[in-house]
Structure formats: C-alpha cells, structure tokens
Design a protein around this ligand. Structure first.
Ligand SMILES: *Cc1c(COP(=O)(O)O)cnc(C)c1O
Length: 720
C-alpha cells in the first residue's frame, strides 16, 4: 500500500521524460521529411501537452502548500527556477554572441523582452513563464477559492489564445486587433507566464487537493481522455485549415485534455525519483545546444544527408546526444563528492539552534496508506489529531492527511477543532471530549461535530438552541464518557432533542492493547455490546449513523469489524510501542524526530558526582556531554536510563534530567564534540531510538511523551 503513495508521483516523474522528448520533437520536426501534416500533428498539436504538463507538475507539488501559507515555499521555487534560468542564460550566451545578438539594433528593449517573456534562447521562455505564472497563481489563491482562481487563470488563457492559435478570429474584430498589436509590442507571443502558465499551475494544484481518483472509474477516465484528445486534434487541424493560428501553443481543448491526462498519470503505479526529474530537466535545457553540435558535426563529417536533411535522423541524433548529457549529469550527481558538496551547502540553514522537533510528513502519508490497507474497504480512517496531532503540529499534519485522502478528523476539544477550521481543514471534525454548552454556538458555526457524553449533557447542549451535529458516545464498559450501552430510555431521549442531529455512534475500548486472555475477553464483550446496541437502536427508530469503535491497537488486534470509521492516533505517527499487538503490523514509519545539541564535553575523575542530587557517580574517568534539552522541553524527569545518539553512536543518559539540560556519558564514543547533534528520538546514521524506547525508560507511553513535547522546541517540517 505504501507504494500507492509513491506510485502517484511515479507516473508524473516518468512522463517528464516523455514530455522532454516531445519538446525536442517540437524543435527538430522528426516527421517533416515524410509528411507535412503528420509533422504538424506531432509537433504543433501533440507536443503542446509538454509545457502545460511541466507547469501542472509544479502546481501539483507547490500550490497546495503555498495556499496553506507554508513559509518559504514560493520563495524557494522562485530562487531555484531563477538560478536555473541564470545558469541557462550563461550556457547559451556564447551562442548568442556568435549569432551577433548583441550587435543588432534596439538591444535594450529586446533584452528585457527576451529575458522576461520570450526567453533568452528560444526554448528558455518556459523558466521565466513558470516564475511569473507561479507568482500570479499565488496571488489569485490568496484572494480566491480554487475554483475562483481557476476561472481567473482560465480567463487569462482565453485572452492568450486569441493572440495564438485563434488569432484569425481576433483580426476580424478591429478593436481587438488593435489591442493585440499593442500587446505584441511587449512580447512576441502570448504563450508566456502571464497568459499560459497560471491556468495549468492552478489545475495541477487542484488535482493535488482533490484527486479525480475514486470519483471517476478508470475506464471512464480513459474514455474521456480519448475524446479530449480527438477534440484537440480536430481543433488543431481545423484552425490550421482556416489559416487562423499566429502561433500554435494554446488551444481551447488543451486544458481539458491536460486535466484528464494528469489524472491518468496520478493513477499510474511505479517508482518515480529525483534522477528522472534531473534527467528530464537536462534533456530540456541542453537539446538546442545539441542541435547546434549535431549540425556542426554533420557538416564536418559530411553526413548532412543522414543527420540534417533526414528529419528523423536529425531528431534521433539530437535526442541521443541530449540523453547522453542527461545520463552524464545523473552519473555525476551520484558521486559521493558531489553529494557531499550539495548537502554541505544546504545544512547550516536547515537546523534550528538548541533543541527541536523534525516532522516528516511523507511518513504520515505512507502510514495512512498502510493503515487504510488494514481496514475493510467501507471503513475509513478518522485521523486523531488531538493535542496538536500528538505534538507533531496539527496544521501541517492535517494538510498531509488530506492529501492522502483522509476526510475525517478527531480532536479532544472544541477549541482544537476551531483551530483546525481556521487552518483550512475541511471534512468532518469530531470533538471526542466533553464540550461545555458555553462553547456550543461557536462549535455550530465552525461546523464541528460534538460528542454527547451522557443524557444530561445532551439536554444541556440541546438547551443552547443552535443546531448541532453530534455523535453519541456509548459506555460499553470503560466507564469514561458515554450513555450506558443498554439504557434504551436515555438513548431515545437524545433523539428527542430537537437541536441535536445524531450522525454517528461510538464507544471506546479500554484494554484493546493487551493480549492477556481476560483482557481479550473484556474487549470482545465491549465489541459485542457495541454492535448489539447499534442494532437495537436501528430497531427502535434511533438510527445510529456512522459507527466507530477502534483506536490504533483496536485496529491492529481486530482487523475486520464492520465500522464506518476507525479512530487512529498513535499508529498514524508511527510511534506504537505502548501496547501489544497480535501480529506485527506492516512497518509504520516514525514521523517525528527529537534532537538537541551537545553544549560542551567535560571530563570528571573517578569518584566524582554530577548533576542535581549528585545522582550520577563516576566509577572511572568519565567524559560527560551536556545536552541542551530538559524536562521543560518534555523529557520526563522520571527518566531512568535511556540513550542519546551522537555521531551515529549511542551514549547513555546519566544523572537527573534538569529543566533545560541533561547529561550523557560519552566516554565510549569515538567522537563527541560541542555543537554536534544529539538525537533523543529518531535516526542518526545506522542507529535509531524510537519514541517508545524513550517513553518506556521514563515509565510512560509514547502518546504521553509526544503530546507533552514543549512549546519551547524549534520545529522543522518537511515532506509536505
Ligand atoms: C485518543 C483517542 C483515540 C486515539 O487513540 P490511539 O491509541 O492514539 O489510536 C481514539 N478514540 C478516543 C475516544 C480517543 O480519546
């Protein structure tokens, strides 16, 4: 199942290669020697999917994060693309000099037109277009909904189209023609960042937020794609016959085809990868240079007939040479020295100073896929994100969950639910705890679903006088919240409350994390009571709505229960370990790492003591590292034993945990120096410490440890 998440991107990464080859075809016209029409169809119609595809891929990965106001995303994209553009401009500078570009008239005007819109070399217009388009899309999404932004981007596209393949229509309307004549004084074509890019970027972002998968069965998607392709071909050929195109990048039916094509690619299985992305980028960037080289080489060797005049030979030679360059760059990027160089440049900005949490959202998405795979098909995950998503940061975690297809969330308090709505979380948000009637009106406005804790609570909520969606909690033996499972009168009374709409019924298992026989019996009895109550409710005209019973261990120890939701918390974060499971679950990846710094390293003599209460006594000459994290950051003072990782090696934690620091015995480590990173939870080289290991050493469970990580910690979230 984890493959499914990666597979979604695999199709996109592979198509990057195809799209790059289409761009080469566009610039080499492989079929020109054989048939003008065939060449037109290939290079002026079909190859026109390439640039929109690249734009959609950028929108898919970036715009949801831009819209969620994740800091630095837009800036990093502009910086990276700008850097690439800068390098490309330098790469093609000698060619421009050779062509005499700098001695032509009106250099200044041409220079800024070319740099901003036309591209510093004929294929390079894409890079400034992607930057300008991304800026426009980000602005639109700041003000408008996805649909609104799409409409605005679509409007720009239509305007561009009237200066492109539909130009023949424009010239028939004098006022319009005047307008476009003015536009063409600023740029040579309308297929640029202003008119062409925004709509495809936004379309890509929308598909990331709401994948078509699931809404449209596979065969229909294929059929619709086929129809759209037919329409595009017809449009292109008709416009050509009418002699309308001024240029041929923008067709009316192209956005439709692109939405369907991209959705099909999202369904494709298979591994993508950074190397495919690098290779396709190199293909695109260097192929015009390869065209020049192939032409030169053919002239020198007298093979013009094969490599220049024969259009297919020309295309194949250019593609092969470009592919060789791409393979060379990928090979270079694998060299350890190059890797080190690249990672060294990134490191210093990445790590916060003293003590921090690292959250890897790609692990959240993989865990969703693994867990959803354990559940019966009709049962969906209700992601439990109370206590700031168990200390992981509820906002970014929920966005990752939504991208993985989760549509139901559970929190502990109405305030937590309201905060999620403010962050843009849609779907069901169930408040699991007791909600004060004083908070009910606000909960209703925020469309939160409340838990009815017992009949008195139901009456109090009803008395507020605002319509409320609720789930009914049943007490099946844990004796925490809930109406007793067999109290029919109390259940009926809830259904008589005029302002309460019961949309679900749930209970909570008290010992599902234990496999001991008496505990397992008790869990079975709770399950029996729950489903017996649900069918009784059905019979007495009190429809129970959505049923849910299991939390993480409940799911792992009882796979097939006929529920609508499973309320999964700790397993989503890959931090099991507080209880027992019958089978080892497929590996769930830990989402969080907790790290601090070595402040200093000092030697103490045998017989000396260290820390509060002189709790650590050195039995031999000992090197102690002072680590910059303590109980105010969430490391329990009850910790006895435990380890930290420094330079990939484990050192025992010694003495008593202080409020802001703790001590580790680094005598046995090959290297421990001030400034090095100390890992309390997470991986360092080959070594790893799980949240459950640290929790166990402190006499608690990962749930408590994680949810109490302190606000003083820095945060680094990646993989969104
Ligand atoms: C916290 C909570 C959960 C989630 O439990 P995990 O063991 O973290 O999966 C589920 N249901 C209720 C009622 C909870 O309070």
């Amino acid at each position: 199942m984890a493959d499914r998440v990666k597979g979604r991107v695999g199709g996109i990464d592979w198509f990057r290669m195809a799209a790059a080859v289409l761009v080469i075809a566009n610039h080499t016209s492989p079929l020109a020697s054989f048939s003008g029409t065939a060449d037109f169809i290939l290079t002026r119609i079909l190859a026109r999917v390439a640039v929109p595809f690249f734009l959609m891929a950028s929108g898919y990965f970036l715009l949801p994060r831009v819209r969620a106001e994740e800091t630095g995303v837009l800036g990093r994209f502009l910086k990276r693309t700008g850097g690439l553009y800068g390098i490309s401009v330098l790469l093609y500078l000698p060619v421009r000099v050779y062509q005499g570009y700098f001695s032509e008239p009106e250099l200044a005007t041409r220079l800024w037109k070319d740099l901003l819109f036309n591209g510093a070399f004929y294929h390079l217009w894409y890079l400034p277009a992607a930057m300008l388009g991304m800026g426009i899309a980000a602005l639109l999404l700041k003000r408008l909904s996805w649909k609104g932004a799409l409409a605005a981007g679509g409007g720009l596209y239509l305007l561009g189209m009237l200066g492109d393949s539909w130009y023949g229509l424009t010239v028939q309307i004098p006022a319009l023609k005047g307008l476009y004549d003015g536009l063409f004084a600023c740029f040579d074509y309308t297929r640029n960042g202003f008119f062409l890019a925004p709509v495809f970027l936004i379309l890509g972002g929308m598909l990331a937020e709401a994948p078509v998968e699931g809404r449209l069965p596979g065969w229909r998607l294929w059929a619709a794609g086929g129809v759209a392709l037919g329409l595009l071909l017809a449009e292109g050929l008709l416009l050509r016959a009418a002699g309308w195109p001024r240029h041929d990048s923008m067709y009316l039916t192209l956005p439709l085809l692109m939405a369907l094509l991209f959705s099909l690619l999202l369904r494709a299985r298979g591994q993508g990868g950074k190397e495919l992305r690098t290779a396709s980028m190199v293909l695109y960037l260097v192929h015009p240079l390869c065209i020049i080289l192939i032409r030169g080489a053919a002239k020198v060797t007298g093979t013009e007939a094969l490599f220049i005049q024969n259009s297919m030979g020309h295309f194949l030679a250019v593609t092969a040479l470009s592919a060789g360059c791409a393979a060379g760059v990928v090979w270079l990027s694998r060299l350890p020295a190059v890797k080190r160089l690249l990672s060294r440049r990134k490191k210093p900005v990445a790590e916060p100073g003293r003590a921090w949490i690292e959250v890897d959202l790609s692990a959240v998405r993989e865990n969703v896929a693994v867990l959803q795979g354990l559940l019966p098909v009709q049962c969906r995950l209700m992601a439990v994100v109370k206590a700031d998503a168990y200390g992981h940061g509820a906002g970014p975690v929920c966005r990752a969950l939504e991208r993985a297809g989760v549509q139901a969330f559970a929190v502990a308090t109405a305030a937590e639910g309201a905060a999620l709505r403010k962050q843009g979380v849609r779907g069901t948000i169930l408040v699991l705890g007791w909600t004060s009637p004083a908070e009910a009106a606000e909960a209703s406005r925020k469309e939160l679903t409340l838990t009815v804790a017992d009949s008195a609570h139901a009456n109090a909520l009803d008395g507020v006088g605002v319509p409320l969606r609720v789930h009914l909690a049943l007490d099946t033996g844990m004796h925490r919240l809930g109406i007793p499972w067999d109290d029919d009168a109390a259940i009926r009374a809830v259904y008589r409350c005029r302002n309460l709409r019961v949309e679900g019924t749930f209970s909570h298992l008290g010992v599902c994390d234990s496999l001991e026989e008496t505990d397992a019996d008790f869990t079975r009895e709770q399950i029996r009571r729950f489903f017996s109550a649900a069918s009784r409710m059905e019979r007495m005209g009190c429809p129970p709505g959505k049923l849910h019973l299991q939390s993480s261990y409940g799911v792992l120890n009882d796979r097939g229960l006929p529920c609508d939701y499973a309320r999964v918390g700790i397993a989503l974060y890959g931090a099991l370990g507080g209880g027992e499971t019958a089978e080892q679950p497929e590996r769930l990846r830990p989402v969080l790492a907790l790290r601090a710094r070595v402040a200093l390293v000092r030697e103490i003599a045998a017989g000396e003591a260290a820390g509060y209460g002189r709790a650590f006594q050195a039995e031999r000459p000992t090197r102690l590292a002072v680590i910059t994290i303590g109980y105010a950051d969430g490391i329990p003072r009850t910790l006895r034993g435990g380890r930290v990782l420094i330079g990939g090696e484990a050192a025992p934690i010694v003495g008593r945990v202080c409020m802001d620091q703790l001590l580790a015995d680094v005598t046995g480590l090959s290297r421990a120096e001030p400034g090095m990173t100390a890992t309390l939870i997470g991986r360092d080289g080959e070594a790893e410490i799980s949240a459950s290991e640290l929790a166990l050493a402190a006499g608690t469970i990962p749930n408590e440890l994680l949810s109490r990580l302190g606000p003083r910690l820095g945060r680094k979230t990646s993989g969104g």
